[in-house]
Write a protein of this length. Structure first.
Length: 210
């Protein structure tokens, strides 16, 4: 059985190495040096570089989900202000990433630029994350007083599209300049609120009859 302290050191070193260099360029030699274990021990316990990578990814995603669900359960879903609820979700999510920037960097690199040989495994994990996110969003929307002709699925699609646009715009800054993660997050949040207000309140003044 792998000694827990050695396993933790290997996974911490793997997180640093894979988040910085990606799967292809990451060095198991470097990981062994950072973890202060032999390279042979890494392969003895994890088998291959691919398995070490997926173990690191899964540990990382599990940490994110644990934090997300813990904080989600503390949100008051009876709050009728959708933007307030969404901002609480975003703040919880990015507060975790501010404290753990390597988690964000690794997840983004893995899901948006998947190593070809691991794409199917990563796509499966990403689908699980999207399903959890969809279910959370559906629960939030169903608690709101929507207009009669508004469909929950359409609302989720719009919110998801806005979120994707904002995150794709800011992802390069958040991953490449982790020292200023918080600054870029504040800019992202401001832009997100502006777009969500357009969705909530429209873009045109009320039209007068005649």
């Amino acid at each position: 059985m792998l000694d827990k302290s050695k396993k933790e050191r290997i996974l911490i070193a793997s997180l640093e190495e894979f988040s910085e260099h990606g799967f292809e360029k990451a060095s198991t030699d470097s990981i062994s040096i950072k973890a202060d274990v032999s390279k042979g021990l890494i392969f003895h316990y994890f088998g291959t570089k691919e398995k070490l990578y997926m173990t690191t990814i899964n540990e990382c995603v599990d940490d994110i989900l644990d934090d997300l669900l813990f904080n989600y359960n503390k949100i008051d879903l009876q709050d009728t202000d959708l933007i307030t609820i969404l901002m609480k979700l975003m703040e919880n999510k990015y507060n975790f990433f501010i404290k753990n920037p390597l988690h964000y960097k690794l997840v983004i690199k893995s899901f948006y630029n998947s190593p070809p040989k691991l794409k199917s495994e990563l796509d499966k994990r990403y689908s699980e994350l999207k399903e959890i996110g969809y279910n959370i969003m559906a629960e939030i929307i169903k608690n709101l007083s929507l207009k009669r002709d508004i469909d929950v699925n359409n609302v989720i699609s719009i919110i998801t599209a806005i979120t994707n646009i904002i995150e794709l715009k800011f992802t390069p800054y958040l991953t490449d300049d982790t020292a200023n993660f918080k600054m870029y997050y504040e800019e992202m949040k401001e832009e997100y609120i502006k777009l969500m207000k357009i969705v909530m309140y429209g873009i045109l003044n009320e039209q007068k009859d005649g």
